[in-house]
Design a protein around this ligand. Structure first.
Ligand SMILES: Nc1nc2c([nH]c(=O)n2[C@H]2C[C@H](O)[C@@H](COP(=O)(O)OP(=O)(O)OP(=O)(O)O)O2)c(=O)[nH]1
Length: 131
């Protein structure tokens, strides 16, 4: 299982540019990674957000469907995530980061598996604005 974070703040979502490996470098994704043995999805996601962004997060609801990766050898599961007050993400492992507003969601080359997740973001961003 790969878990990843749709970090939402002020009507925008954080997109991150992969630095490696070569075949996906330059593609954009949600920060995250593999769930390690003994971890829950939420624990893995919280750990990855510390490692990749230096932030503490609160893990919320699922976003979009489980997406099959690598010919069914892995599954990508994305969660809505909020930052702990005052925490500011830094690109510790990514080449670049951008906070995308709803009209900018198509402005980066997402990893192909992320497309059905990105399709759910307008509703997620709208809901956050109302909250
Ligand atoms: N984190 C993340 N990975 C994604 C997304 N979309 C997508 O296809 N993937 C794929 C790319 C990689 O093949 C895999 C995640 O690998 P990773 O390199 O981020 O995981 P990790 O940090 O645990 O890996 P490792 O280098 O520690 O072994 O999932 C996404 O939105 N976020």
């Amino acid at each position: 299982m790969i878990v990843a974070a749709a970090i939402v703040k002020d009507g925008r979502v954080l997109a991150c540019e992969r630095s490696a490996p070569a075949e996906v470098a330059g593609r954009w994704e949600f920060p995250g990674g593999k769930v390690e043995p003994g971890e829950s999805d939420a624990q893995a996601l919280a750990r990855e957000c510390v490692e990749e962004l230096g932030v503490h997060v609160e893990v919320g609801a699922r976003v979009g469907p489980d997406v099959s990766l690598a010919h069914g050898r892995a599954v990508l599961r994305v969660f809505a995530v909020t930052l702990r007050d005052g925490d500011v993400p830094r690109a510790l492992e990514h080449t670049a980061m951008r906070w995308l507003a709803v009209d900018e969601l198509g402005s980066v080359p997402w990893l192909p598996a992320d497309k059905p997740i990105v399709a759910e973001l307008p509703a997620l961003l709208a809901a956050e604005r109302l909250a």
